[in-house]
Design a protein around this ligand. Structure first.
Ligand SMILES: [Zn+2]
Length: 128
């Protein structure tokens, strides 16, 4: 009897294999490799509880100027309605060289949305 082998997933299966929490964590740390800093006054946030909340996707306040911000605030993803885990999955699929139509189908997005993200990322030097 032949042993069953796990084959590489199809594009449609990839989002389901990703851990949403790990995706968010990865995305936020890509955006803030040196940790959170206030987008208004540039103060580095050092309080460990605030840093934890920030990387969990929560809004935190700057001690110095009271600006409220989260990990997406002031980034190219600011204002998007997409969940951070879907953004991360989209970046993974772009990085794998998948086509816009396949990414759109895998993430249940409009193809135009995916194409717009590809343009935006390229404008910011992604070279996709
Ligand atoms: Zn501030």
């Amino acid at each position: 009897m032949a042993t069953k082998v796990a084959l590489p997933p199809s594009v449609e299966e990839i989002p389901g294999l990703l851990n949403p929490q790990a995706c968010r964590d990865w995305l936020f740390r890509q955006l803030h490799p040196t940790g959170p800093a206030c987008p208004s006054c540039n103060r580095t946030i050092e309080d460990s509880r605030a840093v934890r909340r920030f990387f969990a996707g929560r809004i935190i306040s700057c001690d110095a100027c009271d600006t409220r911000f989260g990990p997406i605030t002031g980034t190219i993803f600011s204002g998007t309605q997409m969940f951070a885990e879907d953004l991360a999955a989209m970046l993974v699929l772009f990085g794998m060289g998948q086509r816009d139509a396949d990414i759109a189908s895998a993430l249940d997005l409009h193809r135009a949305t995916v194409s717009r993200w590809r343009r935006t990322l390229n404008e910011h030097g992604a070279a996709l």
